[in-house]
Write a protein that binds this ligand. Structure first.
Ligand SMILES: [Zn+2]
Length: 85
């Protein structure tokens, strides 16, 4: 999953860019939105077709981890912290 490609495109101006890392894309989007107040679109393009499809289906978050709450990849019950007291 190290072949992630994120395309960023602004709806309100000609700003467009592509990033290899989700974190870089998020930073760029946040920066542009906070600076200009524009609405930036971004699309995850990964060699893993399943990830791309999940992101497109969700269309809200864009992060593969939270794209589909029903996904078996997401554990709805976080492990309880061990109390050693
Ligand atoms: Zn813009």
């Amino acid at each position: 999953m190290d072949e992630t490609h994120v395309a960023v495109r602004c709806d309100d101006c000609s700003f467009a860019a592509a990033y290899d890392r989700l974190r870089d894309a998020r930073t760029a989007v946040d920066d542009h939105e906070s600076t200009t107040g524009h609405g930036v679109d971004w699309e995850i393009q990964s060699l893993d077709a399943g990830v791309s499809r999940a992101g497109a289906d969700a269309g809200v978050c864009g992060r593969p981890g939270c794209a589909n709450e029903d996904s078996p990849l997401v554990d709805p019950d976080p492990p309880e912290p061990e109390s050693e007291r």
